[in-house]
Design a protein around this ligand. Structure first.
Ligand code: FES
Ligand code: FES
Length: 162
């Protein structure tokens, strides 16, 4: 198998890259582009720390060959921050102490964004369900669930005011 050129949109930016077969999106983002918000945990699809959004859906970047995102829209945590302003979910995780070591945080926030984009008023059970594939070794999950609940409220109010 030979290298091929892949084109996709990353955080609103067009990317053209020569990639080797089966290079993962996780590896490409971190090692080739320096987008290190996408974390490296288990590398086998079990921890959720590498979660990015592809066309708005949470995807484990450690399992996804980068050639599979040809023509797609990829969003990483870096793409949530606009003009230096944190996204409401990022700000809420920070404000509500839902972050300890922070290693799980990018994946948790990306999953939360996908959830709130699709379901702006999720129940606690729906939040737990959305986060179920993402491991956190520090917080005991309660602060994270609470942060998603608060984020939903803030985003709803902001949407009503705009
Ligand atoms: S590093 Fe991808 S799921 Fe753990
Ligand atoms: S904050 Fe440390 S793993 Fe979640």
């Amino acid at each position: 198998m030979s290298a091929k050129i892949v084109n996709f949109n990353l955080n609103g930016r067009n990317i053209d890259a020569m990639v080797t077969p089966l290079m993962t999106l996780q590896n490409f983002l971190r090692e080739h582009l320096g987008y290190t918000a996408t974390k490296t945990g288990c590398k086998q699809g079990a921890c959720g720390s590498c979660t990015v959004l592809v066309n708005g859906e949470p995807i484990l970047a450690c399992l996804l060959p980068v050639e599979d995102v040809e023509g797609e829209q990829v969003l990483t945590l870096e793409g949530l921050t606009e003009n230096g302003n944190l996204h409401p979910i990022q700000q809420t995780f920070f404000d509500t102490f839902a972050i300890q070591c922070g290693y799980c945080t990018p994946g948790m926030i990306m999953v939360s964004k996908a959830l709130l984009d699709q379901n702006p008023v999720p129940s606690r059970q729906e939040i737990v369900g959305a986060l179920t594939g993402n491991y956190c070794r520090c917080t005991g999950y309660e602060p994270i669930i609470h942060a998603v609940e608060i984020s939903a409220q803030k985003m709803k109010v902001a949407g009503e005011e705009s």
